[in-house]
Design a protein around this ligand. Structure first.
Ligand SMILES: [Fe+2]
Ligand SMILES: [Fe+2]
Length: 279
């Protein structure tokens, strides 16, 4: 097994401004709430990823993969911390999203306790694929988030960079412990099907609820922009359908989609982050 990139844990703080939380994205409140809804799922989701990988940690012989797992856990823990702070600001701004977060937390607890570890790992590998393809488009097309509030923009940029850096770690753990047989392939594909249904099955109702709370559910102009952004010309989701489906190819590996060049943004990103922190 070949590790292509070794992730690095970075302890960064973003202090996203509270007063902007409901409308920080340059595309307006509906797109803002879409990103905010994704943010709501991260702390609990990332805790779930960490736990499902941890359950297999002692079965990994390759020291390089062990090190990558350690960095993966460190990165996801930092993401969770920063998104928790971000999500707290949504609650303070009057969105009762803590209720939704509690439901997600309960659901993931039940899955963690009562489903087979292999299924949890396959769901994690699949969700890492979803986050990796979303990260790819954010880094590839910076205008997807340009001209938005700087702190929110930097937080998402950082998260996208690190999701790219560690995009193969859970997958490599999967291959190391499950092998490359037909059974492993079948369960990996099933994991993506299941993860997709559960993920959108939770994200869509929460997104609608958040918009309803904000009185934006019937903002048709907002919806028009949102569809333009996700599936229209801009096509944040549309442009990744091919990469999404590639996961079902038997020999698939996350680095087959070689987007290492996007990681070259890390140095300038860190310089910007440092300048912002000392400003
Ligand atoms: Fe993450
Ligand atoms: Fe991740």
């Amino acid at each position: 097994m070949k590790m292509h990139i070794m992730p690095i844990r970075r302890n960064l703080k973003f202090h996203v401004p509270d007063e902007k939380v409901l409308n920080w994205h340059s595309w307006g409140p509906t797109v803002t709430q879409f990103f905010n809804t994704l943010s709501l799922f991260f702390p609990e989701g990332e805790r779930f990823f960490i736990n499902s990988v941890r359950k297999y940690r002692d079965r990994i012989d390759d020291p390089e993969l062990q090190e990558a797992v350690r960095a993966f856990i460190g990165q996801e823990a930092m993401h969770g911390r920063e998104h928790e702070d971000y999500n707290k600001k949504m609650v303070e701004a009057g969105l009762p999203v803590d209720t939704q977060e509690a439901i997600v937390s309960k659901l993931l607890d039940v899955i963690s306790k009562y489903t087979p570890n292999a299924l949890q790992l396959s769901a994690t590998v699949a969700l890492e694929h979803l986050t990796a393809i979303l990260a790819d488009i954010l880094l590839r097309e910076p205008d997807l988030i340009d001209d938005s509030d700087e702190s929110y923009q930097r937080l998402w940029h950082w998260h996208a960079l690190e999701e790219t850096e560690h995009k193969a770690v859970a997958f490599d753990v999967w291959t190391a412990v499950m092998g490359k047989g037909v059974g492993a392939y079948g369960l990996r594909c099933f994991g993506l099907g299941l993860a997709t249904v559960v993920f959108w099955g939770l994200v869509i109702p929460v997104f609608l609820e958040v918009l309803r709370e904000q009185g934006k559910l019937t903002d048709w102009k907002g919806w028009q922009k949102f569809f333009h952004y996700t599936f229209g010309d801009i096509g944040m989701l549309r442009k990744q359908i091919g990469n999404y489906l590639d996961y079902f190819r038997p020999g698939f590996h996350p680095w087959d989609h070689d987007n290492r060049e996007l990681l070259l943004q890390i140095d300038s990103f860190l310089a910007e982050q440092e300048a912002a922190a000392s400003a």
